[in-house]
Design a protein around this ligand. Structure first.
Ligand code: VAH
Length: 292
């Protein structure tokens, strides 16, 4: 049975990954850590999920913090994995692509020249993780996540956060001010699918992996109008107004409209369960219980 350490367990992904991994592998086999130091007990860890990061829009306001958190955690995890023979998962992102990357059906292997510090840390993470695999034999694996939509922990400072915040506004009966402009398509995914991806890739047969760091994975692509209308089916009086955020819009414009995730499907069976309508039903039901 795996012995797992989660680094950055207090964030949007981490808070839900702790629950998923403990349900999958048993509480006693999953150690959750964040900025607070771990007690000195030995846990005989064999797998590390390295989730520590500063998200795209926040990192643009403090690039060195974005770099130091992202790369500092990555190097510590990779060196620990090399010394103690652990496998390492580090998420990459659609943020690893830039304006010169093909935006439609973004290939698995393509140009990656992001112009955000978040994207630079993600490309660095992909390259360093592949290096530790080829140079030291460390079992490093990764997926390029799209915008993640969840209902447990609010994301903080991401470009895709609008797709979470819009559900909260609708359920609370508030008008939503959308920072991203109409017609801006981005890949998105519901958190349950993201959690499955993080377990499944680490359980995958390594002999079947042609790629490692990092796989394109996506579940849907939409712009603000599409998600707004999906929600309006349940809240006919829900109002949205565009309130342009130049920082997040510039980042969103540099990211893909829709990735090609055929390699993940072929090499380790990636197959998302939630589309926009199914996600919307679950988000609204869950947030009604949480907020009302
Ligand atoms: C962000 N939610 O917007 C994160 C994520 C793909 C987007 O990396 O920065």
């Amino acid at each position: 049975m795996k012995k797992i350490l989660i680094v950055g367990s207090g964030g949007q992904i981490g808070t839900e990954l702790v629950k998923k991994l403990r349900a999958t592998y048993g509480n006693e086999n999953v150690v959750a850590s964040d900025l607070r130091p771990l007690t000195g007990e030995r846990y005989n860890i064999d797998t590390i999920y390295n989730l520590a990061a500063i998200l795209s829009a926040t990192a643009e306001k403090n690039p060195m913090l974005g770099w130091n958190v992202g790369i500092g955690s990555l190097v510590n995890c990779l060196e620990t994995a090399r010394i103690f023979n652990c496998a390492v998962f580090t998420p990459s992102s659609i943020g690893a692509f830039g304006a010169s990357t093909p935006h439609d059906n973004t290939p698995q292997d393509t140009i990656q020249r992001p112009n955000t510090i978040y994207g630079v840390t993600k490309v660095t993470g992909e390259l360093l993780s592949d290096y530790y695999f080829t140079r030291f034999g460390v079992d490093t694996r990764s997926v390029r996540f799209p915008g993640l939509i969840s209902n447990l922990t609010l994301p903080g400072g991401g470009t895709t956060d609008y797709a979470v915040e819009i559900y909260y506004a609708a359920v609370k009966g508030e008008k939503f001010y959308c920072p991203i402009s109409k017609g801006t398509y981005m890949d998105m995914m519901y958190m349950p699918d993201a959690l499955d991806a993080m377990v499944d890739i680490m359980e995958a047969d390594p002999s079947k992996l042609v790629h490692r760091n990092s796989f394109n994975v996506t579940a849907m692509s939409f712009d603000p109008e599409i998600i707004y209308n999906a929600i309006k089916k349940y809240y006919p009086n829900f109002e949205m107004e565009y309130k342009f955020d130049p920082i997040r819009q510039a980042i969103a414009d540099s990211w893909p409209n829709k990735m090609d995730d055929s390699c993940a499907r072929k090499e380790w069976g990636w197959n998302p369960k939630y589309d926009l309508d199914k996600m919307t039903v679950d988000m609204i039901e869950t947030l009604k219980k949480k907020l009302l």
